[in-house]
Design a protein around this ligand. Structure first.
Ligand code: GLY
Ligand code: MN
Length: 466
């Protein structure tokens, strides 16, 4: 945990923004995999973690009563019978002390507390719940049908939290740096140790081990695949072969719950083919151009469009596209090969605060999120500010299904040389992803640099020291 003052201060800022009513934060519970006592790894709710620092303990709530200036942590200590299974556990009162809570109450008291407050006409602010257990619990506590919970979420609370969590403090940046370095170790291991003949899963398993050893575990299911053209294709039993491109997108949480998210694409054999290298360099150029454009005040949507233009220019040089690059991007022709967004905020969540709603996290009332294919997957569009942490992850994805469909529809005929594209339907996909913090004048890479050019990656694969 950070020092107690961090959490007291974070809650104080939140209190100042909202002024009246009750702010209710449910912590997460254990989530069963296939029967009640067999759980997925525990993941605390990120806003709960941000304001309390309390991780690993399921079924907690905290609330801030703005009208009485109370902060109460609700939960149960483990009983002797539970300790038969789990051993000694730190007392809730000890966590409360470290988090700066003066009052701890048993879980069963939250129902009466909230019903009394609701009886007095007090407003309860809550975030949109994303787990079914949370939805049922909130529905019971607040007398709101599950289906209506979303309509009653507190937009002022969402906005106040986004404004607070989107700018990372110096102590958070230390944690993010650590998470990205664990993530970097996963990628370095994959680049050095992947061999033809291994299955995707065999390497993904080794990377999982590095993430778990780092103390926090995987930040999201590992994408390690020769079929990188499918954006979230997870590792499978597919055997990697010489000539394949391996797209590895993975990341780890550190012990404090902060995450890292990187992607590298490398040859399953020793070297990229000349064509693979050409396409790789197009993606790398788009990546570097985007990174050079990062600074406070620039709209990330414009950086996305700039990277898209670089991709189009590269594909034009390669003979796959034609015409004016700006017009191609304006028409959306680049989405035949780059179907998603350039990046997203990162922090306690890999897609930071996505559960609060992308319209509040990545956009503003003046800049609404597009509903067009491609742009609708851009999670961050708004102006960047100093201390934002985000990913930059352009890619080229030769999806045979999409190519066939767009060709049959007669789309983008002014910009795409479909005959030339045909031979790329088995090419795969390439992405290069790194994490950055926005500084006063530009951006700074998080974590130690890792081999990024095709030559550096080949050198690292062939065990040369860089
Ligand atoms: N790295 C996974 C994602 O950004 O969705
Ligand atoms: Mn990402």
């Amino acid at each position: 945990m950070f020092p107690k003052e961090t959490y007291v201060e974070r809650r104080a800022i939140l209190k100042n923004t909202l002024k009246t009513g009750i702010i209710l934060f449910p912590g997460n519970g254990e989530s069963p995999m296939n029967y009640a006592d067999n759980w997925y790894p525990f993941k605390q709710d990120s806003s709960f973690l941000y304001y309390t620092g309390i991780d690993h303990i399921p079924d907690l709530y905290f609330l801030i009563n703005l009208d009485t200036d109370e902060e109460i942590l609700f939960g149960n200590n483990t009983t002797a019978e539970q300790k038969v299974w789990v051993g000694a556990t730190e007392k809730l009162e000890s966590y409360a002390e470290k988090s700066g809570f003066k009052t701890v109450k048993p879980l069963k008291e939250i129902d009466t507390y909230l019903k009394t407050q609701l009886g007095k006409g007090r407003q309860v602010h809550y975030l949109p719940p994303y787990r079914f257990e949370q939805k049922i619990a909130l529905s019971d506590l607040l007398n709101i049908p599950v289906k209506e919970l979303d309509a009653h979420k507190s937009v002022p609370l969402i906005k106040a939290i986004v404004a607070q969590r989107e700018r990372k403090t110096a102590e958070e940046l230390v944690q993010l740096e650590e998470a990205v370095n664990i993530t970097r170790a996963m990628h370095k291991h994959a680049i050095v140790n992947t061999r033809p003949g291994m299955t995707e899963m065999q390497m993904a398993g080794q990377l999982n081990g590095i993430a778990v050893s780092g103390g926090g575990g995987l930040a999201f299911p590992i994408i390690l695949t020769k079929d990188g053209q499918y954006l979230h294709n997870h590792a499978s039993q597919t055997v990697l072969q010489d000539g394949d491109l391996v797209l590895c997108d993975c990341g780890a949480y550190n012990t404090m719950g902060y995450g890292g998210d990187m992607t590298r694409t490398f040859p399953a054999g020793q070297r990229f083919s000349p064509l693979q290298k050409d396409v790789y360099n197009i993606v790398l150029n788009a990546h570097n151009t985007a990174v050079a454009a990062l600074k406070p005040g620039i709209r990330f949507k414009d950086v996305h469009l700039l990277a898209s233009k670089k991709l189009v220019e590269g594909l034009t040089d390669l003979g796959l596209m034609k015409g004016n690059a700006d017009d191609a991007v304006a028409t959306g022709a680049h989405t035949l090969f780059f179907q998603c967004g350039l990046g997203h905020m990162m922090g306690l969540d890999i897609h930071d605060m996505e559960n609060l709603g992308e319209e509040y996290v990545g956009y503003t009332p003046e800049l609404k999120k597009s509903t067009e294919f491609g742009l609708k997957s851009l999670r961050l569009g708004k102006e960047l500010q100093e201390d934002f942490v985000l990913t930059v992850e352009p890619g080229l994805y030769f999806n045979p299904f999409l190519i066939d469909e767009r060709r049959a529809e007669g789309k983008y005929l002014d910009f795409v040389n479909y005959d030339a594209v045909e031979q790329f339907k088995t090419f795969g996909g390439i992405r290069v992803e790194e994490d950055f913090v926005i500084t006063k004048t530009g951006s700074k890479l998080l974590g130690e640099p890792l081999a990024k050019t095709a030559e550096e990656i080949e050198a690292l694969r062939n065990n040369q020291k860089l």
